[in-house]
Write a protein that binds this ligand. Structure first.
Ligand code: SAH
Length: 297
C-alpha cells in the first residue's frame, strides 16, 4: 500500500502543479480582460469627466462674471460652494426692481415677470453694475442710454402684447428692451442706427438665449419687407410720428412712443383704427434721446 502511494506521489504532485497553473492562467486572463475593459472604458470615462469639468469651469466663469458685475461675494471660497446663491442674489435684485416698479404703478403681471427675469446688469458696462437694478437710465456706448426700467415697463404695458404678436422696436440700444419683449412671447424685430450698438446688443442677447430679429438701419424707414406689425415701439424720440411707421401698422394695431423735441416729450399711443384712420392718446411726460435720421458705424 505504502509503496503504491509512493509511486503515485509524483503523479499527484504533477497533477496539482498543472491544476495550479491552470487556475493562475485563468485568473491572469480574467485580470487582463478586466484591465482591457477598463482601458476600453477609459475614453468614455475621461470624456464624461472632461465634459463635467468643462461644465464646472463654465459655471465658475459665469459665476465670476456675475460676481464681477454685481460687486458681490468677493471671497472665492464663498463663490465655489454657492452657485445657487449667486443665481438667487441675481434674481433677488431683479425681483426687488420689479417690486419697486409695481409700487410706481406697473400692474401688468407679465411685464413684471419679464423684469424679474432679464439680467439688466449684462446689458451695461461693468463699471455701472452697482446701479444696474436701480430705477434709472444709464449711459451706453455712442452717447446713448439704456432706458429707465420704469419707462421700459410702462411702454411695454401700454403695448398690451398678446403672445405671438409681431412687434417692431425702433432703437435697439443695449438690447434690454428687446429682451423684455422676447420674454413676452412675441415675435420681435428691432432696428438700431449705430452698427456698434447693433453688434453688441446682438452678442449680449444671443449669449442669453434671446434671438430677436435685429437690424442695423434707419428706424424712420421701418421694415416694409416684414410689415405689417401688430405693435410698434419707439425708444428714441422723433419730433413727429414717422409716417412710414404708421403705414406699417396693422389695422387694429398701435404705435407707442415719445413724441416731441429735446426738452421733453409726450408718451403717445397712436392706434390704427381704419386703413387711413388713427386715434391718438397721451400718456405722460418723458425725456428720451432723439430719434435721428440715417445710420452710423
Ligand atoms: N431700447 C433701448 C434704448 C436705447 S436709447 C434699450 O433698451 O437699451 C435709443 C436708441 O435709439 C439709441 O441706441 C439710438 O442710437 C437709437 N436710434 C436713434 N435714432 C434711430 C433711428 N433713426 N433708427 C434706429 N435707431 C435709432
Amino acid at each position: 500500500m505504502k509503496r503504491k502511494t509512493l509511486h503515485l506521489l509524483p503523479v499527484l504532485i504533477a497533477t496539482l502543479c498543472w491544476a495550479g497553473s491552470l487556475i493562475a492562467h485563468a485568473t491572469d486572463t480574467i485580470e487582463r480582460n478586466e484591465k482591457q475593459d477598463r482601458k476600453a472604458n477609459t475614453p468614455i470615462t475621461t470624456q464624461r469627466r472632461d465634459n463635467w469639468e468643462t461644465r464646472q469651469t463654465e459655471k465658475q466663469e459665469t459665476l465670476q462674471m456675475a460676481n464681477k458685475s454685481t460687486g458681490q461675494m468677493e471671497n472665492r471660497e464663498e463663490q465655489q460652494g454657492s452657485n445657487k446663491k449667486v443665481q438667487q442674489t441675481e434674481n433677488r435684485e431683479a425681483i426687488k426692481l420689479a417690486r419697486a416698479l409695481r409700487r410706481k404703478g406697473i400692474n401688468d403681471a407679465r411685464v413684471l415677470a419679464a423684469v424679474e427675469k432679464v439680467p439688466r446688469h449684462l446689458f451695461i458696462d461693468e463699471k455701472l453694475s452697482p446701479y444696474a437694478y436701480d430705477d434709472r437710465p444709464l449711459p451706453i456706448e455712442r452717447g446713448q442710454t439704456i432706458s429707465q426700467p420704469f419707462t421700459v415697463a410702462y411702454q411695454t404695458q401700454l403695448l398690451k402684447l398678446q403672445p405671438g404678436e409681431k412687434v417692431l422696436e425702433i432703437g435697439t440700444g443695449s438690447g434690454y428692451q428687446a429682451a423684455i419683449l422676447c420674454e413676452m412671447d412675441v415675435e420681435v424685430y428691432s432696428i438700431e442706427r449705430y452698427h456698434q450698438l447693433y453688434q453688441t446688443a446682438k452678442e449680449t442677447l444671443n449669449k442669453l438665449g434671446y434671438h430677436p430679429n435685429l437690424y442695423h438701419g434707419d428706424g424712420f424707414k421701418g421694415l416694409p419687407e416684414h410689415a405689417p406689425f401688430d405693435k410698434i415701439l419707439l425708444t428714441a424720440a422723433p419730433e413727429e410720428v414717422p409716417e412710414k411707421l404708421l403705414q406699417q401698422l396693422k389695422v387694429g394695431g398701435w404705435l407707442v412712443g415719445p413724441l416731441g423735441g429735446r426738452m421733453g416729450q409726450k408718451m403717445t399711443k397712436i392706434e390704427r383704427v381704419g386703413e387711413e384712420k388713427f386715434r391718438k392718446t397721451l400718456h405722460g411726460d418723458f425725456i428720451f434721446v432723439p430719434m435721428q435720421k440715417g445710420t452710423e458705424k
